[in-house]
Design a protein around this ligand. Structure first.
Ligand SMILES: Cc1ncc(COP(=O)(O)O)c(C=O)c1O
Length: 315
């Protein structure tokens, strides 16, 4: 069972906002993935000795799944489409930490290259491969979809929502807005769903970091078809490609770092750019930003940013 994460006060864009430090949840198992995977941590899985996941070789979920497996005494197999040669040469970040936890990272492209009988059909995904070729031969394995986008995530995200509810009640807060940037939208959706169903005066605002607003709405609908329970999406105003480097992201990250808290470089910079714009228009509601962890990813992202834009402005 995860303990409560602290809430701090944080100065941003001339305002005091609150910061839910989910990055400090647990030394090995923190942030967004710890919430999504909490169900697996808290429940017994009789007969299970392995967890199988998939995604990118630098994903936070790779490291978090490896940490979960270690805590549970399970083996962890993680399937990736390919592993970039620079990661293989000099492992860092989530990849290196997962390997250190004993995870097998399985590169599908080289597996298929070495075994031509595993012909890949057009449009065939990592998940198809796992479901069709791996799971039938692994009766003791538990499969967790990419990034933890599944109904199981509701369990841990609702615990986060309950922590926020208690915190807001203790302060007699009204009209609290909870802000967090979204990828699959799983965390934002289950948070808002909790607040709506409990008829609380708390609502979730988010922005689409992966894909656009339409994509994010679709992701919400896959988990919950009731639009009235979906979080409000604040439009980003410009098309960004997930994982690409943008000078305004780096500048925002540096500004945030100067205030003493380290954020990650994929989701948080855009999150704060959108929040800054929102704060210009909305002056009254208290805001709670959720720090969703993911800091290990900076070990690979930060050198990329420094190579491209230098260290200007870094403290
Ligand atoms: C640090 C961080 N922030 C935000 C997200 C987006 O979360 P979700 O996919 O639940 O929207 C992720 C990815 O899961 C993440 O690792």
């Amino acid at each position: 069972m995860l303990a409560e994460s602290p809430v701090e006060s944080f100065s941003f864009a001339g305002r005091e906002i609150f910061l839910k430090r989910d990055d400090l949840l647990h030394p090995a198992f923190s942030g967004n993935k710890a919430r999504k995977f909490a169900y697996f941590l808290d429940h017994e899985f009789v007969g299970i000795s392995k967890v199988i996941g998939h995604g990118s070789a630098q994903a936070n979920s790779l490291y978090s799944l490896s940490a979960l497996a270690k805590l549970k005494g399970w083996q962890c197999d993680f399937y990736v489409d390919h592993i970039a040669s620079h990661i293989l040469k000099l492992p860092t970040g989530n990849y290196a930490a997962a390997i250190a936890n004993g995870t097998h990272v399985i590169d599908l492209s080289s597996l298929i290259g070495a075994n031509p009988s595993l012909q890949r059909e057009p449009g065939w995904t990592c998940q198809d491969y796992i479901e069709q070729q791996v799971l039938p031969t692994e009766p003791n394995a538990l499969f967790i979809p990419e990034g933890g986008r599944c109904q199981y995530a509701e369990y841990g995200v609702s615990q986060l929502a309950a922590d926020i509810e208690t915190w807001a009640m203790q302060r007699g807060m009204t009209d609290l807005k909870v802000f967090l940037p979204a990828g699959t939208g799983t965390t934002a959706l289950f948070l808002n769903q909790y607040f709506v169903r409990k008829q609380l005066d708390i609502r979730v605002l988010t922005c689409a970091v992966v894909g656009g607003d339409e994509y994010l709405t679709k992701q919400f609908s896959l988990l919950n078809s009731n639009l009235a329970e979906h979080p409000q999406i604040l439009n980003v105003g410009k098309k960004y490609h997930f994982g690409k480097l943008y000078p305004e992201f780096y500048a925002m990250w540096q500004q945030l770092s100067a205030s003493g808290v380290q954020f990650e470089l994929l989701y948080d910079p855009l999150g704060f750019i959108v929040l800054e714009d929102y704060l210009r228009r909305e002056k009254t509601s208290p805001i709670l930003y959720i720090h969703q962890g993911g800091l290990l990813g900076n070990e690979t992202m930060l050198p990329r940013y420094r190579r491209k834009f230098g260290r200007v402005g870094e403290r």
